[in-house]
Design a protein around this ligand. Structure first.
Ligand code: NDP
Ligand code: HSE
Length: 434
């Protein structure tokens, strides 16, 4: 059968890995795909460096449009990142009737609806396994393996950089900045690492997971996003003592009231598998009504793991090359005319458990006043811990039962202004993942 000809936009961490996997595993990939998959054109900024890697087997150019418009090329792999050129080149590739494989979650989170609509109109595939959780086939698992289910919720550790930082801070006592520098050296971090540490990258990925889980449009702008850069080391230590680990968790859940879309540091009981996902590893926990909870674990970033997902998408494209577009797996797992626009819940309406820490004057009546405000807001206290601080103060930690977040925020506003409260109240969410 005729080989599938690939144009590679970018030959950095992911593009270089894709080249290596396609080269090293060419025979095995052909046995699976039924055709050879050959890179024939590459676009980069540094032509000389790239030509050194690919040799004579492909041309190298700075002009991505040349690759995208090359009539010999069947599939364009976009791994340059960013939202400007990547979007132009992908839209042009689709217009040219070429299939697209991309690892660019930032682009899909913001422009996915437009890109998928254009691809459907043109009858081509836009595959994006590498955009979520790197080498873990989470997209394929939810979209195809769990197709029988009504998905109830998805909770994931889907940013390797922030998980690496939290693990290093907890286990090796590294500072936030030391751990971030190491993650950057290892090639995990985004070009702009604030995307990693402020939860933006995880939110990009979560919006894609929510779309394939619930058949809803991609809605990055409605995702609540909090990162780990302001997390205090003492909260990591307190959580550990209380039997929890703090993870940057990306959660989407369907309820009768709407869909939750949220990324934030979260206390998880230490005995949960997710709490033990360490370093740059990722894990995605998916609960379906028929199957129950299922867990997908693996490397969420880096050269070869991410390339593994890119190449798997290429194999899918190669296998379905001559298939009528109507018989391919839909981009988001649901037939386009069956997508629904379920409202996204505001954070005030989300129900969770909470970890609250504050410093107070250690004198009679303090605890009673705090408990009264929490009770008036319908917040039930699960447990409470107190530690003396100096001669006159104490640090208090409350772990609440489930409460509506809007009520918690109202109560905290009142607590914050009490005369005996001597610190800003730290509020972290807790999830039991059952
Ligand atoms: P890199 O920065 O390592 O590589 C980017 C590549 O794109 C380089 O080869 C660069 O060329 C090329 N490039 C950039 N701008 C241009 C341009 N204007 N014209 C031509 N070529 C250009 O990025 P990554 O490989 O890390 O990331 C690529 C994408 O994959 C991003 O969307 C990222 O979010 C995503 N991703 C990354 C993962 C990872 O672990 N790194 C994991 C999952 C997804 P040159 O080499 O000449 O500089
Ligand atoms: N910067 C991302 C991470 C790369 O750390 O997980 C993988 O998407």
């Amino acid at each position: 059968m005729k080989a599938v000809k690939v144009g590679l936009l970018g030959l950095g961490v992911v593009g270089g890995g894709t080249w290596k996997v396609l080269t090293n595993n060419a025979d095995e990939i052909q046995r699976r795909a039924g055709r050879r998959i050959e890179v024939v054109g590459v676009a980069v900024r540094d032509v000389q460096k790239a030509q050194g890697l690919v040799g004579d087997s492909a041309y190298v150019t700075q002009d991505g449009m040349r690759v995208v418009r090359d009539p010999d090329i069947d599939v364009v792999v976009e791994v340059i990142g960013g939202e400007t050129l990547a979007r132009e080149w992908i839209m042009e590739a689709i217009a040219q009737g070429k299939h697209v494989v991309t690892a660019n979650k930032a682009l899909l989170a913001r422009h996915g609806n437009e890109i998928f609509a254009a691809a459907e109109a043109k009858g081509v595939t836009v595959a994006f396994e590498a955009a979520v959780a790197g080498g873990i086939p989470a997209i394929k698992a939810i979209r195809e393996g769990l197709a029988a289910n009504q998905i109830q919720w998805v909770a994931g550790i889907i940013n390797g950089t922030s998980n690496f930082i939290l693990s290093e801070m907890r286990s090796r006592g590294q500072s936030f900045h030391e751990a971030l520098a190491e993650a950057q050296l290892l090639g995990y971090a985004e070009a702009d690492p604030t995307f990693d540490v402020e939860g933006v990258d995880a939110a990009h990925k979560l919006t894609l997971l929510a779309s394939i889980a619930f058949g809803i449009p991609v809605q990055f702008n409605k995702t609540h996003t909090e990162g780990i850069s302001h997390l205090a080391r003492e909260d990591i230590a307190h959580a550990e003592r209380l039997g929890y680990r703090i993870k940057l968790l990306a959660i989407t859940r369907r309820s009768e009231r709407g869909i939750e879309l949220r990324v934030h540091p979260t206390l998880i009981p230490t005995e949960r598998l997710l709490a033990n996902v360490e370093g740059a590893m990722n894990a995605v926990l998916v609960s379906g009504d028929a199957v129950g909870p299922t867990l997908y674990y693996g490397q969420g970033a880096g050269e070869l793991p991410t390339a593994s997902a890119v190449v798997a998408d290429l194999v899918d494209v190669a296998r379905a090359f001559d298939v009528d577009p109507a018989h391919r797996v839909p981009h988001l797992g649901f037939q386009p005319e069956s997508m629904v626009d379920i409202p996204i819940l505001s954070m005030d309406d989300v129900v969770s458990s909470y970890y609250l820490r504050l410093r107070v004057e250690d004198r009679p009546g303090v605890l009673a006043d705090l408990a009264r405000i929490l009770a008036d807001a319908d917040i039930s206290i699960g447990s409470m811990f107190q530690e003396p601080h100096g001669d006159n103060d104490a640090d208090i930690i409350f772990l609440s039962h489930e409460a509506r977040e809007g009520n918690v925020e109202d109560a905290l506003r009142k607590i914050q202004y009490l005369p005996f409260v001597k610190s800003k109240v730290t509020r972290l969410r807790m999830e039991h993942l059952l």
